[in-house]
Design a protein around this ligand. Structure first.
Ligand code: PEP
Ligand code: MG
Length: 886
C-alpha cells in the first residue's frame, strides 16, 4: 500500500518509469516542479491504481490506505509546521483529481479542507484576519456540501445573492466577516435540511469524504462523456492529490491566477493569462468574477481598464515570468500554469501542457523548432491531426455587410451560424434533426459538455479566456465567443437582449465569429481559410516523413480543386453515381433505370455520355499528372427512383410512359434491402451497356486531355461490390473491350488500370483469386464494416450509442476501423500481394480520413489512403505520425 501513496518529494518517484501513469498528470508535474526547486506547497498523491481498488472495494477506502494517508499527512504537517485539525495552527489542504491526461473541469476539487467551527477561529487568530478565515470556511462548506454531500450549489448562491441585495452591495468582496458569519449559519442549516445531518466537524471525516468523492467523480456523467469524446479508457482511473493550502484570498497582497507560457489562441510567444486579487482559484475558472490580465501588453491590446499583474505586483510578476520560462524549457512545450500569491509570496499549484487551438499548436510547434527547443519530428508529432479541421474551416466574408449586435472574447476561432438555443439538451435534440445551433449560456459548466458538442458554436455572457466554455470549446474545435457582457440572457423567456437593445429569441439565427469575438444577427456567408506559412511548413515536414500517399474522394471539379490545393496526390474514389444527382441529369438516369428494352436504355445512356465525358475532362485536367480512380456505377437504386407526382409527371413526358406504368415499374424495382441488392457490379452484369457507356466516357475524356497536351492522368477503373473472381473477370474484359474500341476509333494508345473495391468479406477472403484480374484493391471500409458486422450503415445510429454505453464498442466502427474488419483487410493484403506483388492497395471508406485508422493502414502496409477534401491535411499529418511512431 505504501507504493500507492507518494509524497511529492518521495525518492520512490524517481524510479517510476511513467510517472503520469501512476501519479496522474497533476501529481507527476507537482513532484517535478518541486525537483526543479520551484515553490510548491507540500503534499502527496494517492496513485491512479487506488482508483480501481476503491471501486473494487465497494467504493470505499480500505483501512491500509487510510493508514498510509494518515502517515503522509503527518509528513506534510512536519513540512508546514502546522497540524491538521489543530486549534492553534491548523493545516488546511486541497483535495484535487489528476488523471493521466488532463480533463479540465470534469472531475471534482475541494479546497480549504480542515476547517470547522473551531479551526476557523484558530485560523483567524493565527492570520489576524477574521474576514479571510470566515470567507474560507464558507467556501469550504459550499464546495464540500456540493461535491461530497450532493447539495446543489444554487442553494448557497441564492443565499449569497439575496444577502447582497438586502445589503445593497454588488460583489462578494464587499461582504465582511459578520456577513459571512451569518451566511455560514444559513449554509449549515441548508446542509442539515437537505442531508438530515450536521455539516461534518471531524476533519478526518472531511478528508476521507473528499478523497472518495474525487474517486467517484471519475465515473460522473460529465467525465464519462469527456472520456468518450477524447477516447480516454475508463481503466486509467484518476489519482488524488492532497496538498497543503496556500491562500490567494487573504488580502490585497494575495492573488490567484492561470497563465499560459504562450498565447493558446494564436500561438504568439507571449505570456497570456488572467488573475484576480484577493481570490481563490475557482473564482478565475468559474467566471464568477471577470479577471484581469497578467501582462501590461494584454491589457493594452484589449483596452482593459483593470490593472495587470505586471503593474499591480511587479516583483512577483518578474519571478513568475522566470519560472514560466524555466518550465517551458524543461517540458519543451507550452505550459498552462496555476499559481497563487499569498502575502506577496508566489506558489506554484500546477503545470501541464496547455490546451490550444490548432492555429496555436501549429505556430508553437514551428516556432519551437526555430528556437531549437524541439526537432522537426517532434513538431510533427505535437499537432493532433484531428484539430487541423478547425484551421481549414471558414472565416466570415468581410465584404458582406453584417449587423454586429454584441462583442465578447475571441475564445475559440472559426465562424459559424445556427439557431439560438439556451440549453444543452435542446442543442442535442436539434442536432439529432440535423439542425445547426448556437448554444447561448450565461456560463457553461461541465454538465454542458454534450450540448457544446452538439452545437455548432458557443456564446457565453460570463467568463474569461480560461473559463470552462473557452477551454472546452478550444479542445473540441468549436467556435466560441465567451464573456460577452453585452448580452443579457433570460432563460425563462428564452431570449437574450443586447446592450444596444436587440432582442434575440430562441430559434433566431445568429452568427458568431470566435476569431474576433463578434456576435452577428442572421447567417453570414463564410470564406475558405487561407493556409498559413507555418501550416505549410509543418505539412512539408510531415510529407517528408510519411510513406503513405494521400488521395481524395471527389467527383466534382470544385471538391477536386480544393483537395489538390490541400495536397491530395490523386483521386482514390470518384463515385460516378454522385455525378448524376444534378437536376438535368437525373431524368436521363431515371429513364435509363426504368427502361425495359436495351434500345430504350441505350437512348438514355446516349444522353448521359456527354455529361460524364465532360465531367471527366474537367477532373482529369485538375488532377493532371496524378492517378484518378473512377468507380463504375454503384447506385443504391432507391436513391434514384421518382418519389412524387411531379417527378413521375416529368419522367412521363420524357419517356412517353404513363404515370401508372412508371409507378408499377418503380414497384417492380423496389428492393427490401437496397444496400444488399441490385447494385455495384451486379448492375454491370445485368446491364453491361451502362458500364460500357461509362468506360467510353472515361477513355474519350482521356483522349481529349491528350489532345490538349495535358500531363497524362492514369485512370484506374474500379469495379464495385465484387465478391467473386468471375465478376471481376467479366468486368475487366468489358473495360478492355471498350478501351480497344476507343483506341481504334481515335488511333491512339491509352493507359489505364483495372481494379476492384474490396468491400465484402468474401472478396477479402478470396483476395488471391480476385488479384489474378485486379491491378489494385481499394478497401471500401464503409460496406466492409456494414457487411462484416451485418449492421446497416444507414440505421446503426439508432443503437450504436447503446453499444458504446455498454462498452461493446469503444468507438463507432464506422468512424475507426474495427479489429475484425482490420483482420479482413490484413488477410486481403497478404493474399492480394501473394498473387500479384505489384498490386496497389488503398482505402477509400470514410476511415481513410481518420487518424487511428490511418495508423492501422500504415502498419498494414497499404500504399495510400483516400478521404474527403477537407480531411486531406489531416491524413497527411496522421500518415507522417504513423510512420514516426513505427
Ligand atoms: C465503401 O463502401 O467504403 C465505399 C467507399 O463505397 P460507398 O461508400 O460508396 O458504398
Ligand atoms: Mg461501398
Amino acid at each position: 500500500m505504501s507504493n500507492l501513496v507518494f509524497n511529492f518529494k518521495s525518492k520512490k518517484i524517481k524510479k517510476i518509469k511513467n510517472p503520469k501513469f501512476i501519479l496522474g498528470g497533476k501529481g507527476a508535474n507537482l513532484a517535478q516542479m518541486g525537483k526543479l526547486g520551484l515553490p510548491v506547497p507540500p503534499g502527496f498523491t494517492i496513485s491512479t491504481g487506488v482508483c480501481e481498488i476503491f471501486y473494487k472495494n465497494n467504493k470505499k477506502l480500505n483501512l491500509k490506505l487510510i493508514k498510509s494517508i494518515k502517515q503522509e499527512l503527518k509528513q506534510i504537517e512536519k513540512e508546514c509546521g502546522k497540524k491538521f485539525g489543530d486549534l492553534e495552527n491548523p493545516l488546511l489542504v486541497s483535495v484535487r483529481s489528476g488523471a493521466r491526461v488532463s480533463m479540465p473541469g470534469m472531475m471534482d476539487t475541494i479546497l480549504n479542507l480542515g476547517l470547522n467551527d473551531d479551526t476557523v477561529k484558530a485560523l483567524a487568530k493565527k492570520t489576524s484576519n477574521m474576514r479571510f478565515a470566515k470567507d474560507s470556511y464558507r467556501r469550504f462548506i459550499q464546495m464540500y456540501s456540493n461535491v461530497v454531500l450532493g447539495v446543489e450549489s444554487y442553494n448557497f448562491e441564492e443565499l449569497i445573492e439575496n444577502y447582497k441585495l438586502t445589503k445593497g452591495v454588488l460583489l462578494d468582496t464587499d461582504l465582511d466577516e459578520n456577513d459571512w458569519d451569518g451566511l455560514i449559519k444559513d449554509f449549515k442549516n441548508v446542509v442539515k435540511e437537505k442531508t438530515k445531518k450536521q455539516f461534518p466537524q471531524d476533519v478526518y471525516e472531511q478528508l476521507f469524504g473528499a478523497i472518495s468523492a474525487v474517486f467517484l467523480s471519475w465515473e460522473s456523467n460529465r467525465a464519462k462523456v469527456y472520456r468518450k469524446l477524447n477516447q480516454i479508457p475508463s481503466a486509467w482511473g484518476t489519482a488524488v492529490n492532497v496538498q497543503s493550502m496556500v491562500f490567494g484570498n487573504m488580502g490585497n497582497d494575495c492573488a490567484t491566477g492561470v497563465v499560459f507560457t504562450r498565447n493558446p489562441s494564436n500561438g504568439k510567444n507571449e505570456i497570456y493569462g488572467e488573475y484576480l486579487i484577493n481570490a481563490q482559484g475557482e473564482d478565475v475558472v468559474a467566471g464568477t468574477r471577470t479577471p484581469n490580465y497578467i501582462t501590461k501588453k494584454a491589457n493594452k491590446d484589449s483596452n482593459s481598464k483593470g490593472k495587470s499583474m505586471e503593474e499591480a505586483m511587479p516583483k512577483v510578476y518578474v519571478q513568475l515570468k522566470k519560472i514560466l520560462k524555466l518550465l517551458e524549457k524543461f517540458y519543451k512545450d507550452m505550459q498552462d500554469v496555476e499559481f497563487t500569491v499569498e502575502n506577496s509570496k508566489l506558489w506554484m499549484l500546477q503545470t501541464r501542457s496547455g490546451k490550444r487551438t490548432a492555429k496555436s499548436a501549429v505556430k508553437i510547434a514551428v516556432d519551437m523548432v526555430k528556437e531549437k527547443l524541439i526537432t522537426k519530428k517532434e513538431a510533427v508529432l505535437r499537432v493532433d491531426p484531428n484539430t487541423l479541421d478547425t484551421l481549414l474551416h471558414p472565416t466570415l466574408d468581410e465584404t458582406k455587410e453584417v449587423k454586429t449586435i454584441a462583442k465578447g472574447l475571441p475564445a475559440s476561432p472559426g465562424a459559424t451560424s445556427g439557431k439560438v438555443v439556451f440549453s444543452s439538451d435542446e442543442a442535442e435534440r436539434l442536432n439529432g434533426m440535423m439542425q445547426d445551433t448556437i448554444l447561448v449560456r450565461v456560463e457553461t459548466s461541465p454538465e454542458d459538455i454534450h450540448g457544446m458538442h452538439a452545437a455548432k458554436g458557443i456564446l457565453t455572457a460570463r467568463g474569461g479566456m480560461t473559463s470552462h466554455a473557452a477551454v472546452v470549446a478550444r479542445g473540441m474545435g468549436r467556435p466560441c465567443v465567451s464573456g460577452s457582457s453585452e448580452i443579457d440572457i433570460n432563460y425563462e423567456q428564452k431570449i437574450f437582449r443586447t446592450s444596444s437593445n436587440v432582442e434575440v429569441k430562441e430559434g433566431d439565427v445568429i452568427t458568431i465569429d470566435g476569431s474576433t469575438g463578434r456576435v452577428i444577427l442572421d447567417k453570414v456567408p463564410t470564406l475558405k481559410p487561407e493556409i498559413s506559412g507555418d501550416f505549410s511548413k509543418l505539412m512539408s515536414w510531415a510529407d517528408s516523413y510519411r510513406k503513405l500517399k494521400v488521395r481524395t474522394n471527389s467527383e466534382t471539379p470544385l471538391d477536386t480543386k480544393t483537395a489538390r490545393e490541400f495536397g491530395a496526390e490523386g483521386i482514390g474514389l470518384c463515385r460516378t453515381e454522385h455525378m448524376f444527382f444534378d437536376e438535368d441529369r437525373i431524368l436521363s438516369v431515371r429513364e435509363m433505370i426504368l427502361s425495359k428494352t436495351i434500345e430504350d436504355r441505350n437512348k438514355a445512356l446516349a444522353k448521359l455520355l456527354p455529361h460524364q465525358k465532360n465531367d471527366f475532362i474537367q477532373i482529369f485536367e485538375i488532377m493532371s499528372g496524378l492517378p484518378v480512380t473512377v468507380r463504375l456505377l454503384d447506385p443504391p437504386l432507391h436513391e434514384f427512383l421518382p418519389k412524387n407526382d411531379k417527378e413521375i409527371g416529368d419522367l412521363s413526358s420524357v419517356t412517353g410512359l404513363s404515370d401508372n406504368e412508371i409507378k408499377s415499374r418503380t414497384e417492380e424495382l423496389h428492393e427490401h434491402n437496397p444496400m444488399l441488392g441490385h447494385r455495384g457490379c451486379r448492375l454491370g452484369i445485368s446491364f453491361p451497356e451502362i458500364y460500357e457507356m461509362q468506360c467510353r466516357a472515361i477513355f474519350e475524356a482521356l483522349v481529349e486531355c491528350k489532345k490538349k497536351k495535358l500531363k497524362s492522368t492514369m485512370p484506374e477503373i474500379m469495379i464495385p461490390l465484387v465478391s467473386t473472381e468471375a465478376e471481376i473477370k467479366i468486368m475487366k474484359d468489358l473495360v478492355i473491350r471498350v478501351a480497344k474500341k476507343v483506341q481504334d476509333e481515335n488511333n491512339t494508345k491509352i493507359s489505364f488500370l483495372v481494379g476492384t473495391m474490396i468491400e465484402l468479406p468474401r472478396a477479402a477472403i478470396k483476395a488471391k483469386d480476385i488479384a489474378k484480374h485486379a491491378e489494385f484493391f481499394s478497401f471500401g471500409t464503409n460496406d466492409l464494416t456494414q457487411t462484416t458486422f451485418g449492421i446497416s450503415r444507414d440505421d446503426s445510429g439508432k443503437f450504436l450509442n447503446d453499444y458504446i454505453e455498454n462498452k461493446i464498442f469503444d468507438i463507432d466502427p464506422f468512424v475507426s476501423i474495427d479489429e475484425g474488419v482490420g483482420d479482413l483487410i490484413e488477410i486481403a493484403t497478404l493474399k492480394g500481394r501473394k498473387q500479384n506483388k505489384k498490386i496497389k492497395l488503398g482505402i477509400c471508406g470514410e476511415h481513410g480520413g481518420d487518424p487511428k485508422s490511418i495508423n492501422f493502414c500504415s502498419k498494414t502496409g497499404l500504399n495510400y489512403v483516400s478521404c474527403s477534401p477537407y480531411r486531406v491535411p489531416v491524413a497527411r499529418l496522421a500518415a507522417a505520425q504513423a510512420e514516426l511512431k513505427k
